[in-house]
Design a protein around this ligand. Sequence first.
Ligand code: ADP
Ligand code: TRP
Length: 339
Amino acid sequence: MTLPIADTGADAGPKTYLSGVQPSGLQHLGNYFGAIRQHIELPAREPAEHFYFIADYHALTTSRDRDELRNRVRETAITYLALGLDPKLATLFRQSDVPEVQEITWLLATTGGLGLLERAVSFKEKVERGLKPNIGLFLYPVLMAADILAYDSTLVPVGADQVQHIEIAQDLAASFNSVYGEVFRRPSALLSKEHSKVPGLDGQKMSKSYGNSLWIFESGKPLAKAIGKIATDSRPPEEAKDPAGLLLFDFLALFLAPSELEDWRERVRRGGVGAPGYGHLKQRLIAAVEERFAPARARRAELLADPAEVDRILEQGARKARARAVATRDRAFRACGLR
Ligand code: ADP
Ligand code: TRP
């Protein structure tokens, strides 16, 4: 399957894909269709180096509960592996297993202009939402730039909300390079155009913070209950309706093959005797979600029962990632006179 992707133009030379994910624990369909699926399918489709890491250093800017953080990091790793990330095709690791990113963060901070961070939109938004900012939250984009530059990444698949952070990484690399020579490669954002906004059960954007999520691994009664909540209206099945205006069809479109989807649309458009009602469509959606994620649910159960396997994959990933970051750190240290 090809995902339509807008490439903003990386430098020439071998490609390296890299992205970081926040360890936010259980993930919903918006996270899956908007981000995770792209991360998992890219390595299978694009022969290149692929790095994915769980951004636990970044999580500390807001996390205060050590057990919760540990669980969320594990749950995030398991989610990716269960959904099909192949550790042979993509290096999966924990950010904090590569402490060299902190050294690179400092170097970038010494040549980057303060204005870059003062203009960072995501910091301003968090503060406006009432988050009391710590120093780490302000430095967040510098650490993110170090994450990207440490692995000589050229392409960074992210959502639109992260694009400014990639631009900051480009500027920080350019500032360092303009003082010390060509140390860091120039990265570009890679934006998925598909499913950039999956709706929630209430029709707003699906988000963990809105209580309108459908969780990827949900099944059985809780799944049926969640899908039961998808907002509908009181029009009877016989009444002809425009499927484009029905939230249920936004969900069905995520799961059904185009021909089947069109068939349901046509029946709803026509109305009359035998036209499917909302309950009927919800049953089809439940079955489709159950089926789509059944293999991932089974794999998740296996991984939950085998923590050593998850540790082994993360450790192996860290070794590979770290070797790259050490080389970049050494190059940067030599360039600025620390070695
Ligand atoms: P949430 O809003 O639930 O806290 P995050 O902000 O942690 O989600 O997002 C993690 C990733 O999932 C990001 O790449 C984001 O773009 C993507 N994402 C989150 N919600 C949606 C959605 N409703 N539709 C599409 N993508 C989404
Ligand atoms: N800030 C990103 C997010 O919230 C996570 C992240 C951290 C990241 N470091 C990164 C993404 C480096 C891409 C590259 O989603």
